[in-house]
Design a protein around this ligand. Structure first.
Ligand SMILES: [Zn+2]
Length: 222
C-alpha cells in the first residue's frame, strides 16, 4: 500500500482544513517513516523475497514498533498530541490526525498477508492479503487515490503557480513511484529499500510546501 495512504491524507483535508497537507502526509505515512530508521538501527527486520506476494517483494518479519496496532495507536496519540500543543488546532485537528495515523494500520491490514502485529509481542499476526489479488489491489488503491486527490483539489485552491504545478507535480510523482514499484524489478538490497523509504520524508516536505501555496476554496467557486 503506497498511494492509498496518501489518498487518506488528501481526503482528510476536508475534515481538518487548518492542518497542512504536509502534516497529514506525516500522519498517513508515520509508520513507514519510522520503519526505515528502526531497520537501520537493527530494531526491526524485513527480507527481500521476490514472488512472496504478487505485489511486493518485501517480507516483513519483525516490525512491532512501527506497525503493530498497539504501537500505532500510541504513535497516533503522540503525533496528534504534539500538534495540539504546538499548533493549538483543537479537538478536530487532534482527532483527524490521530485517525489518519491509524488508517495506515487499517490499509496495511487489508493489503498485507497476515504479518501485521496487534501487540509488541507479535503473538497474533493479521492481514487480509489483498496483495495476492493484484488487479483488485491496484485498481482499489488507484481509485482511493483519485478520490483523495479530487477532494483535496476541491477543498483548496492554488494562490500561485507553486500551488498549482507543485500540487499536480506531486500527484504525478506519487503515481510514478507507485507504478515503478509495481512494474520495476525487485530492489537490489535491504539497504536500498531502507534508504529509499527514508527519502519519503521529502514527500512530507513537498506536502508542506504545496499546502502553503493553496488556501481553502470558497464553496461554489469551481
Ligand atoms: Zn506500512
Amino acid at each position: 500500500m503506497f498511494i492509498g495512504h496518501f489518498a487518506v491524507a488528501l481526503g482528510a483535508k476536508k475534515y481538518a482544513p487548518m492542518v497542512s497537507l504536509g502534516m497529514l502526509f506525516l500522519a498517513c505515512q508515520l509508520a513507514d517513516l519510522i520503519w526505515p530508521s528502526l531497520v537501520l538501527l537493527g530494531v526491526e527486520k524485513f527480507e527481500i523475497a521476490p514472488g512472496d506476494t504478487v505485489l511486493t517483494p518485501l517480507r516483513f518479519t519483525h516490525y512491532p514498533y512501527s506497525h503493530s496496532l498497539l504501537a500505532m495507536s500510541a504513535w497516533s496519540i503522540l503525533l496528534a498530541g504534539i500538534y495540539l500543543l504546538l499548533r493549538n488546532g483543537g479537538v478536530r485537528a487532534f482527532l483527524v490526525i490521530a485517525m489518519v495515523v491509524i488508517s495506515h494500520w487499517l490499509l496495511d491490514f487489508i493489503s498485507h498477508r497476515a504479518d501485521m502485529p496487534i501487540t509488541l509481542s507479535e503473538s497474533t499476526l493479521v492481514g487480509l492479503g489483498l496483495w495476492d489479488h493484484p488487479a483488485l489491489a491496484v485498481s482499489g488503491e488507484m481509485l482511493l487515490f483519485a478520490i483523495g486527490t479530487w477532494i483535496y483539489s476541491r477543498q483548496t485552491r492554488a494562490v500561485d503557480k507553486i500551488g498549482n504545478y507543485g500540487f499536480w507535480g506531486l500527484v504525478i510523482f506519487l503515481v510514478t513511484i507507485y507504478a515503478a514499484n509495481i512494474l520495476g524489478p525487485p530492489p537490489p538490497s535491504v539497504a536500498a529499500v531502507t534508504w529509499s523509504a527514508e527519502a519519503l520524508w521529502l514527500l512530507v516536505a513537498w506536502g508542506f510546501w504545496v499546502d502553503r501555496h493553496r488556501v481553502p476554496a470558497i464553496p461554489g467557486q469551481h
